[in-house]
Design a protein around this ligand. Structure first.
Ligand code: ADP
Ligand code: AMP
Length: 217
């Protein structure tokens, strides 16, 4: 199965993608996680991406398309769920061209719908484990021990781009450049699943799984 999760930053894409990937045995490809790993490794791509990520803007399309098509190819026949990509219509077109060349199609696009008012609290309360990638929230999804990853990796961190200033830029970027991706898929894809993501995490997961079941998955 090949899925795309769409939604504003903080909608819960990473949280839901991890659950979907685990349930269906898919690779979870998060463009943000891949970029952060490139930064941590000090690669040229990581260095090029840094200023865009720190300010809440988008990394240039050509860099992202190459990076994500490369990551998709590495998954082989496993199937995948895309998280944070595509984030512009140009990226969606780039993905479509690569899929067409490989004779493949996306099975469904899952759109997580959350009002802007819910986003700031989710993102400023997010705490992440840099070692295993687990994501928590100081109120909505608390770790067992405050500030520590449940998997024994050590301390959790707050992402630099989860500060209120950068969050407001990221939301602006979403409305200006990313929201149009859903419109693009409405024209080119029949299987768009809209999910009310303004409800507790487990309820959102149930709604996603139920919708995928209805698709015969
Ligand atoms: P995204 O990948 O879309 O940026 P995340 O999955 O990282 O979003 O979620 C952002 C933050 O909001 C995390 O701290 C997460 O624990 C929390 N969160 C995710 N889904 C929900 C939800 N349905 N209700 C409340 N908080 C949520
Ligand atoms: P995320 O982890 O999805 O919140 O992404 C963190 C940051 O990485 C974003 O604010 C962007 O600067 C950058 N980024 C992630 N995915 C993309 C993408 N598909 N296109 C452009 N920039 C991206």
């Amino acid at each position: 199965m090949k899925l795309i999760l769409l939604g504003p930053p903080g909608a819960g894409k990473g949280t839901q993608c991890k659950r979907i990937a685990e349930k269906y045995g898919l690779a979870h490809l998060s463009s943000g996680d891949i970029l952060r790993a490139e930064r941590a490794a000090g690669t040229e791509l990581g260095r090029k991406a840094q200023s865009y990520m720190d300010s809440g803007g988008l990394v240039p399309d050509d860099l992202i398309i190459d990076m994500m098509i490369g990551a998709i190819k590495k998954t082989g026949s496993k199937g995948y769920v895309l998280d944070g990509f595509p984030r512009t219509v140009v990226q969606a077109e780039g993905l479509d061209a690569a899929l067409k060349k490989a004779g493949e199609t996306i099975d469904a696009i899952v759109s997580l719908e959350v009002p802007d008012e819910a986003i700031l609290d989710r993102m400023t309360g997010r705490r992440s484990c840099l070692k295993c990638g687990a994501v928590y929230h100081i109120v909505n999804l608390k770790p067992k021990v405050d500030g520590q990853c449940d998997k024994g990796c050590g301390p959790l961190v707050q992402r630099k781009d989860d500060s209120p200033d950068v969050v407001s830029n990221r939301l602006k970027t979403y409305h200006e450049q990313t929201a149009a991706v859903l419109g693009y898929y409405r024209h080119t894809q029949s299987r768009i699943i809209a999910i009310d993501a303004d409800q507790p995490i487990d309820k959102v997961s149930e709604a996603v799984f139920e919708a995928l079941r209805r698709l015969g998955r």
